[in-house]
Design a protein around this ligand. Structure first.
Ligand code: MN
Length: 206
């Protein structure tokens, strides 16, 4: 799953040695971000319920906490607070984070799949690392609950550098009626809900 450039070069040594890619018409690994990448949205019932939206950027998951979760309605702007990058392995994580730990509570993989970078400037694709740095990226999600294009834009609302907005882009997958964040709380991996993940509600503890 990891795609370290140096590792890729090593792995592609034989592929490249066997071909003249300038004439074969076959693709090389050019380190661009046009290819498919993983995304995950985790429903995290911690001190406050939120959804963690994570997309693979390089070898990590860039992450945002979205209190209301993603909406399929392009009219809905959802606050998305940038949080620390997570390791790629985190995309499969669900379970209970014990009391006393950072983020204590339950986590389910609410949705996951591949995504494509659709960020463009003047008709040319902007690499996802650059888009993240610039504070605007557009991604096409291929999940079970979430499909189609979403835009993430840094607004610095309230003067906070971490504040972004997550908005559904108007396309065939836009839907003004379906509200998966409310109606489909369960994990796409296990079918379990946050409640199934543990008896302990961290908010009940003092
Ligand atoms: Mn979280």
């Amino acid at each position: 799953m990891r795609r370290k450039k140096a590792d890729n070069d090593e792995r592609l040594e034989e592929y490249r040695a066997r071909r003249d890619l300038t004439t074969s018409g076959e693709p090389d690994d050019d380190g661009s971000d046009t290819g498919s990448r993983r995304f995950v949205v985790q429903r995290h019932d911690a001190s406050s319920l939120h959804f963690d939206v994570r997309i693979q950027v390089g070898d990590v998951l860039a992450s945002w906490a979205v209190p209301k979760g993603p909406s399929l309605d392009p009219r809905e702007k959802r606050l998305a607070t940038r949080t620390e990058d997570h390791p790629l392995e985190y995309a499969q994580f669900e379970g209970r984070i014990p009391q006393g730990e950072y983020g204590a509570g339950t986590v389910v993989v609410w949705d996951t799949g591949d995504y494509e970078n659709r960020t463009e400037r003047d008709g040319a694709e902007v690499p996802v690392e650059e888009a993240l740095e610039d504070g605007h990226l557009k991604v096409e999600l291929h999940g079970e609950k979430l499909t189609g294009m979403f835009a993430l834009t840094r607004t610095r609302m309230g003067g906070d550098e971490r504040n972004w907005l997550l908005v559904k882009v108007e396309d065939d997958a836009a839907d003004r009626r379906r509200r998966p964040a409310k109606s489909q709380p369960e994990s796409v991996l296990s079918g379990r809900t946050n409640e199934d993940m543990g008896d302990d509600d961290p908010r009940d503890d003092d």
